[in-house]
Design a protein around this ligand. Structure first.
Ligand SMILES: C[S@@+](CC[C@H](N)C(=O)[O-])C[C@H]1O[C@@H](n2cnc3c(N)ncnc32)[C@H](O)[C@@H]1O
Length: 226
């Protein structure tokens, strides 16, 4: 398995900086919301792909009974090492794996979780297909490019730089940004069933005009549109 140039950004001390600076600001506040989507009833196996330094993995480990196997993967071994060193409240299987070619059998997990990474992948379609191949249902979170503050930046002629999108255009891992409307159309066209959608801005749930007023989206989905 090769580490591509854009994944190399997370090596060495970068993974520690990521864990100490970005995770508390960007990802930790939403980890619990992701875990809340999972119903513990009848769960046996949960997979997290692109787990990074393990912020969601730690929340999964705290919330799910020890009888549920948690497998957490990332392409970058240094990120996994940082995650494993941070520790979890119960055992987790850490494994290096490419989200675009998951080394698991069909239907081998109840849920597959992908947090804050869809926008940094080169081919979201392959990843969504892989998630629904190895798992019964999936959960993704991503920053909503349609959020009004982002639209204001664009209207002013600039790429957005904000709490949820903290990178400058010339130095960003985010190569596939999308809006909530884009993601819903993507699912509709591929007959991916949306089980539930939660939209948040600064931790508060947004129900009114979510594609305009929501900064972050959490989608729970499964195979087969109604
Ligand atoms: C923005 S971080 C998000 C990490 C974590 N999910 C979180 O919420 O903090 C993106 C992660 O995706 C990983 N990654 C990038 N490309 C990948 C791929 N093709 N397969 C698996 N992981 C990948 C990177 O190594 C990095 O850890």
């Amino acid at each position: 398995m090769t580490v591509r140039a854009d994944d190399a950004r997370f090596t060495g001390s970068i993974s520690e900086l990521y864990e100490s600076e970005l995770v508390p600001l960007l990802f930790a506040p939403y980890a619990e919301d992701v875990v809340d989507r999972l119903s513990a009833n009848g769960l046996t196996r949960v997979l997290e792909v692109a787990a990074g330094t393990g912020v969601v993995t730690r929340a999964l480990a705290s919330a799910l009974p020890a009888s549920v196997t948690i497998v957490a993967t990332d392409l970058n071994q240094t990120m996994l090492d940082t995650a494993a060193a941070a520790g979890t409240s119960r055992p987790v299987e850490w494994r290096r794996a490419d989200a675009m070619d998951l080394p698991f059998e069909d239907d081998s997990f109840d849920y597959v979780v992908l947090s804050q990474t869809l926008q940094a992948m080169k081919n979201s379609e392959i990843i969504m297909r892989e998630m629904l191949r190895v798992g019964r249902e999936g959960i993704v979170t991503f920053p909503n490019f349609g959020y009004w503050r982002n639209r204001l930046h664009i209207a002013a002629g600039y790429m957005p730089v904000s709490e949820n999108l903290p990178y400058q255009w010339f130095d960003t891992p985010n190569v596939q940004l999308c809006t909530i409307a884009d993601f819903e159309r993507f699912c509709r066209e591929r007959r991916i069933r949306i089980v539930e959608r939660k939209v948040l801005t600064k931790g508060a749930t947004v129900k009114l005009l979510p594609n305009l007023l929501g900064a972050l989206a959490i989608f729970h989905f499964g195979n087969g549109a109604e």
